[in-house]
Design a protein around this ligand. Structure first.
Ligand code: X2X
Length: 355
């Protein structure tokens, strides 16, 4: 009789296990969550993505395992497809530039209007304000869950020919830009000869000298060793690309709330850390202090301008008048794209910046 009872309970346990398995799987997590990142792991942007994955693993006790795929490996280099693929759920999440999401989130182009934002202060006001919210709302609408901002940075122009101090200096220069029509318009308006290519191809193009110049933030210029190809850098802050950390929304909504909270916190912390890395040396001691005091970051963060100069580059900073000459020259592009983006969004951005 005892044997019979034992048998019954054993069978019961087995049947229960059989039924529970599919439920356990349904409620369980994927073995790996794929994170799209356009650049390599040594860029500040890449370091931020790794920090995000590490923090998520830590805060979820290893339940959520994110693997960053650098160099747009999941997209075979097609960086402009990131948002589309995450919205579809082909890729789980991304640590990506507003430039790279702009094909499906045109609102993100608010950050790319030429000579519109110009300072970290304005950028931060926009991210915290109505215009930043409008970008996040547009993301939610197409099935993305924005989690936090990070940064690529204000984009600076470099070239192999001569210093650039006025619009005429760009005349005829072949400049690699990303495949975003605003960038093509801006450089054409300045008389340059822009050519668009993906980042992976751009690095080969610099090496082979098939372009005279390019535009990217210092956080990209330094790891890609732009000094090997271009002697001249102009710090003109003409536009900026923040990064957005985002997740496929359907997947996000299915996560238990404690998991969502852990991932959200990890995104915010990694974003704050990564922004400080990107700004270190460009905003007095502010970002250096954040790295030291909040993150106990002991790794040497080089002053980006001194670094480029130490490699033999000539780095020019533009005066207010010089910047104005570029802003005047590109005003038709700003006007055209402000109309395309909608006066409502542009007014929000102006209000955020206190204009
Ligand atoms: O392609 C670029 O220039 C880069 C690396 O800055 C972006 O992904 C927007």
């Amino acid at each position: 009789r005892a044997f019979f009872h034992g048998l019954v309970s054993m069978v019961a346990v087995m049947v229960l296990a059989l039924f529970m398995t599919p439920f356990a799987l349904a409620a369980g997590f994927k073995r790996e969550y794929k994170l799209q990142v356009n650049v390599g792991p040594s860029f500040y942007w890449g370091i931020g993505a790794t920090k995000f994955a590490d923090l998520v693993r830590e805060k979820t006790d290893g339940q959520i395992n994110i693997k960053p795929y650098f160099g747009s490996a999941l997209l075979k280099g097609a960086q402009l497809k990131s948002a589309q693929m995450v919205a579809k759920g082909v890729i789980d999440c991304a640590y990506e530039s507003t430039i790279n999401i702009s094909p499906v989130i045109p609102e993100a182009n608010i950050f790319h209007l030429p000579f519109f934002i110009n300072t970290f202060e304005n950028l931060d006001k926009m991210k915290a304000g109505q215009s930043g919210q409008a970008v996040f709302a547009a993301m939610r609408k197409i099935g993305l869950q924005p989690l936090a901002w990070a940064e690529n940075g204000f984009r600076q122009v470099t070239n192999s020919k001569h210093p650039i101090g006025k619009p005429a200096d760009l005349k005829g220069l072949r400049i690699r830009v990303v495949g975003n029509p605003m960038f093509m318009d801006t450089f054409r308006q300045l008389g340059a000869d822009p050519v668009n290519m993906n980042w992976g191809d751009a690095q080969t193009a610099f090496q082979q000298g098939v372009v005279d110049g390019q535009e990217n933030p210092v956080g990209v210029l330094i790891p890609v060793q732009i000094h090997q190809y271009h002697r001249y850098a102009t710090m003109w802050n003409y536009l900026v690309d923040p990064l957005v950390i985002y997740w496929n929304q359907k997947q996000w909504k299915a996560f238990p709330s404690d998991i969502r909270q852990a991932i959200q916190e990890a995104a915010q912390t990694s974003g704050r850390f990564e922004i400080a890395l990107c700004r270190a040396g460009l905003d007095g001691n502010t970002s250096l202090d954040i790295l030291k005091n909040e993150f106990n970051h002991t790794m040497e963060v080089p002053d980006p301008v001194q670094f480029m100069e130490s490699k033999g580059m000539t780095v020019s900073f533009l005066s207010t008048d010089q910047v104005k000459a570029f802003a005047d020259a590109t005003a038709p592009v700003l006007k055209k794209w402000a109309r395309k983006l909608g006066t409502d969004l542009v007014d929000k951005a102006r209000a955020d910046m206190g204009r």
